[in-house]
Design a protein around this ligand. Structure first.
Ligand SMILES: [Zn+2]
Length: 389
């Protein structure tokens, strides 16, 4: 048994405890939490200066893009970013496998215990098999040519099968509303019934422009490339009406990633349709690509189930959930660290159905991390993670 004492313990199943004591088994299983010092001196108390909380759940990553670090220019906006990916990818000098291994290690050191990872290929499979991180692979497909839907679907399902045969959790998901034909969306949802779904959603103003007004940079980009956007043009409603609402029942769990441009009416439509919509934010990637952040005050007002992701090293310089929530608190200092940790730990675990992660409920084995260099309960520029278990 170990006894951990910290300036603050934020358990996420109860209120934070100042100078609390966390009793755990040697393997990290939570026994109990108290503000009363232990009477027996049989065990030495480990005393830490900082916040002790459960391990982080990163709900959106693209581990296979780890070798694209420092390649993509910042602040281009998403359409330009998307258009540059294929050529820049060919310029990668970093080894793909070595970068994936180092991305996995970086996340472990950053206190991340579970990851929802967008995977277009099986490039990350071997690393995931050996990692202590619990991975779910969202096998992502896209394609605007409806004649290609059957082939793309078969290719995606083969990748899902490869992960599952390796005893890794995986499900087939769409990339984004603007990059799929209705035939492909229908095929994915038919094959992913009751499984975990994720979609990049309302990440750029031009996604809204494309669906609502049939114009904008994204529409121009695709038109320029000769892609078939006839289903999106003249649509006249927002992208969730195109990609989600007509296909999915209310009980389907969905993870909407980014939502940087979601307005109150967009949020209300989703929330009134789905019982279990989760809103994933990747603030550092939004800042990197669009120089924009979501309206978290609106998200809080709408009482959304918010989760946090790092996105990939193509649009971020770290794979650290702490760095993501530090950026949020810098810009929204009225959002408490406890609330941010709820997003970063507990809500992500709830989305994946990982009942033993995300809080210090007795019997859980959520990973235990220390956040050092805090100011009261606030994060600072110098806050960093130390993994305790
Ligand atoms: Zn992404």
């Amino acid at each position: 048994m170990r006894i951990i004492q910290a300036s603050y313990i934020i358990p996420l199943n109860a209120a934070p405890i100042k100078n609390g004591f966390l009793f755990i088994e040697d393997d990290g299983t939570v026994i109990h939490l108290t503000d009363i010092a232990p009477i027996s001196h049989d065990f030495e108390v480990e005393v830490y200066d900082g916040i002790v909380c459960p391990g982080f759940v990163n709900t959106h990553c693209h581990l296979e893009l780890s070798n694209m670090k420092d390649l993509m220019p910042e602040a281009t906006g998403l359409p330009e970013f998307v258009s540059q990916i294929p050529t820049r990818r060919n310029e990668c000098i970093l080894d793909s496998v070595a970068s994936i291994i180092s991305g996995d290690k970086e996340m472990i050191a950053a206190g991340i215990v579970a990851v929802g990872d967008i995977s277009n290929t099986t490039d990350t499979l071997e690393v995931k098999k050996l990692s202590v991180i619990k991975y779910h692979s969202f096998v992502e497909i896209f394609g605007l040519d409806k004649n290609q839907a059957t082939t793309l679907l078969a290719d995606g399902l083969k990748v899902v099968g490869d992960y599952q045969r390796a005893e890794l959790s995986a499900s087939l998901v769409p990339h984004a509303p603007y990059s799929l034909s209705p035939a492909l969306l229908e095929g994915i949802y038919f094959n992913s019934k009751d499984q975990l779904l994720s979609i990049h959603h309302q990440e750029t103003p031009s996604e809204n422009e494309m669906f609502l007004e049939s114009k904008g940079d994204l529409a121009d980009l695709f038109r320029g490339k000769g892609l078939d956007i006839s289903s999106q043009m003249g649509f006249g409603e927002n992208s969730s009406h195109y990609s989600l609402l007509p296909y999915l029942p209310k009980e389907q769990k969905v993870l909407l990633v980014h939502n940087t441009c979601s307005e109150a009416s967009d949020i209300e439509q989703i929330e009134s349709h789905f019982e279990n919509a989760y809103w994933c934010t990747c603030p550092k990637a939004n800042w990197y690509i669009e120089r924009a952040l979501p309206d978290y005050d609106l998200w809080l007002e709408k009482n959304l189930k918010i989760t946090v992701g790092t996105d990939s090293l193509a649009s971020n310089d770290t794979l650290s959930i702490l760095e993501e929530i530090k950026l949020i608190q810098t810009n929204f200092p009225h959002i408490s660290t406890e609330t941010l940790l709820e997003w970063a730990c507990k809500n992500g675990a709830a989305f994946f159905g990982y009942s033993k992660l995300g809080s210090f409920t007795a019997g859980n084995k959520p990973g235990i991390i220390l956040i050092e260099n805090i100011d009261g309960m606030m994060l600072t520029e110098n806050s960093k993670v130390k993994v305790l278990v």
